[in-house]
Design a protein around this ligand. Sequence first.
Ligand code: GTP
Ligand code: MG
Length: 298
Amino acid sequence: MKAGLVAVVGKPNVGKSTLINAIVGHKVSIVSDKVQTTRKRVLGIATTDDFQIIFVDTPGIHKAKHKLGAALNETAQQSVHDVDLVLVMTDCSRMPADEDKNVSRILKESGALNQPEKLILCLNKMDKLKAEDVERVYEAYKELFPTENIVMTSLTREQNLDILQGLIVKLLPENPTFYPDDIYTDQPMAFLAAESVREKALHLTREEIPHSIATYCEEWTRDETDNRLLIRVVILTERDGQKAIILGHKGAMIKEIGIQARREIEEMVGEQVFLELFVKVRADWRQSPRWLKELDYI
Ligand SMILES: Nc1nc2c(ncn2[C@@H]2O[C@H](COP(=O)(O)OP(=O)(O)OP(=O)(O)O)[C@@H](O)[C@H]2O)c(=O)[nH]1
Ligand SMILES: [Mg+2]
């Protein structure tokens, strides 16, 4: 039996959470085309008869502009300690940017680059890479993250996912499993439900809205009269104007967020649910240590 922890790190929006969901086979971490989608450390656990990969999903490492950003970077940096493997993910359709260099520097400082045999470099989004650029990007990323364990993938097309999984398993130490085989995350259902709401809001909104909202589950109870699960999720915004956008014209936006999230949550819990959404305004919550703590971001 091979088993162990694999921290997945990299700059924002490269596909870290997409990878984890694909190998775990459950949606443990939300995905979007906006940066800084993942906001806290989340475990995604894939178990078979031969292995247990315990992925640590982390926020994308970026140039922080507020306390929330600093907390996200801190979470990501801490996650590479005490793991068996570090998987660094990059978007190979572009040459390394300052953010990739910053990730490299952080991994160097943590000592991860001194153990190339425990480092995996995933060059993702190869579907967007031109054939004539392959060698150039390969060498450029290898220079930043020196290791022989390199896999080029397209997660959206499921290309080379099996090769990457095989490599992870090969490099994991011999261990008994750490979690029962039916557990796929360390997060409670209430967190997954709140994240589902945030994901739908990220998909349906633009500009500053995705970054300025947070969600949390306020209530998770069973209605005694009709035995239905009642889930109340709060969408936190920073300004009245943002609240108005989330609500939408005559409530159309929040209704759509609710419909899409409810569908996903019902699939997750395997029964019908009553999903209630509330929008609250808390000025500058991203700068408030109390709110960041409340939301479990620090
Ligand atoms: N074209 C292409 N898009 C991809 C691929 N893998 C992931 N994506 C897309 O890239 C975007 C970001 O994916 P995420 O998994 O949320 O990225 P992340 O690295 O977890 O991002 P943060 O949590 O913000 O750090 C989503 O729109 C994905 O669908 C790929 O192989 N090719
Ligand atoms: Mg993510």
